[in-house]
Design a protein around this ligand. Structure first.
Ligand code: GLA
Length: 340
């Protein structure tokens, strides 16, 4: 099937999406002089997204992630008494649905109007080890209040687990040569889920209070990120953690906010999900040549991936990711742009 790029447009935003992986290739926001500025990392051409040198270690730029965003311990889980084995592509764990996850698939795409793109795919029973035929629809839509809404829906014919997200890398300055260490972040979360040295959640829900994990008031991302005396920052190579949102599924409350003091640009995140993965681009290492030939340096972007907590299938008392036949999985993420 052919690689295709779709353009969504309204007065404030212009977004380019690829049918491969549902990848958000560009998010152009308007600056005060009405010039368009691209605030996400990625490649200039669609072919680069499938180039062999990036296919293996592709950092998931802007892609839809499934069937399970984030990690599952040793790629193993038990559902209704039956054990399932998923690909082990990251420290022995399953990360982002394995190497053949939704980010590598060509989605069917329809564009009902200039502001909306509907992507769908059917993942067969047993694909990458996941039970059940999963029919997934993801809708990207622009709204007049400067927001991109991502709606995820899925249905299965057998009990299964689902955790869908998007992996957009934001740098609000629009300049991928610079880091996001000066971006100020607010996370509406009193707790987070600590990880071990393989990035696996330990099962603990720990308070952010009194630690460098605390972003309850706007704080520069770089202010404490190198404090590796704090074990969690050492384990995550910086911030790469799931935050337990205070919003508890209430999409009307802001879950996260980013402010770039240089450009004045802001990004707010809203979601019905219980968690958000804050990843500070710690694995960008200057080897991936992105848009305009820029080799993206360490921490030149951040991701805010709305989701259920990592390894939920193996953590009995965390919010459930199980979806059964007849039920509808539904998740929403809103990225709302602005300027201050
Ligand atoms: C997620 C993970 C990170 C990293 C990136 C992709 O955000 O939490 O550890 O794997 O994806 O590089």
């Amino acid at each position: 099937m052919e690689l295709k790029e779709y353009i969504l447009k309204n007065e404030c935003l212009e977004i380019h999406v690829c049918n491969l992986g549902g990848i958000i290739k560009n998010i152009f926001v308007r600056d005060c002089r009405w010039k368009l500025v691209d605030v996400v990392l990625g490649f200039d051409t669609l072919e680069q997204y499938i180039a062999p040198e990036y296919r293996k270690n592709y950092p998931y730029f802007g892609a839809l992630i499934g069937r399970y965003g984030n990690r599952i311990n040793q790629g193993r889980f038990i559902l209704d008494g039956q054990e399932y084995q998923l690909p082990q592509n990251n420290y022995g764990h399953c990360l982002h649905g394995g190497d053949t996850g939704f980010h590598h698939r060509i989605w069917d795409a329809t564009q009902p109007n200039a502001q909306t793109l509907v992507l769908s795919c059917v993942s067969p029973d047993g694909e990458a080890g996941f039970p059940g035929t999963l029919k997934t629809t993801v809708t990207y839509s622009l709204s007049d209040d400067n927001a991109l809404q991502i709606n995820y829906e899925a249905e299965t014919d057998k009990p299964t687990i689902v955790n869908l997200t998007n992996h957009a890398y934001f740098n609000l300055s629009g300049d991928g040569k610079t880091t996001i260490l000066d971006h100020q972040l607010t996370l509406n979360a009193d707790y987070y889920t600590p990880v071990d040295s393989t990035f696996m959640t330990t099962g603990e829900i720990a308070p952010v209070e009194g630690t460098p994990m605390d972003f309850r008031t706007a704080t520069a991302i770089g202010a404490r990120i190198d404090n590796y005396d704090f074990e969690q920052l050492k384990n995550g190579h910086g911030y790469d953690h799931n935050y337990v949102l205070n919003t508890q599924g209430d999409i009307s409350q802001v879950a996260a906010k980013v402010y770039d003091p240089k450009s004045g640009r802001t990004l707010e995140v809203y979601t019905n999900e219980p968690g958000i993965q804050f990843y500070a681009g710690n694995f960008l290492d200057g080897t991936v040549k992105g848009k305009h030939g820029i080799y993206y340096p360490l921490r030149s972007a951040l991701c805010l991936e709305t989701q259920h907590y990592p390894d939920s299938p193996n953590k009995a008392d965390w919010p459930s990711v199980v979806v059964r036949p007849g039920e509808k999985y539904h998740s929403t993420c809103i990225y709302k742009f602005g300027a201050e």
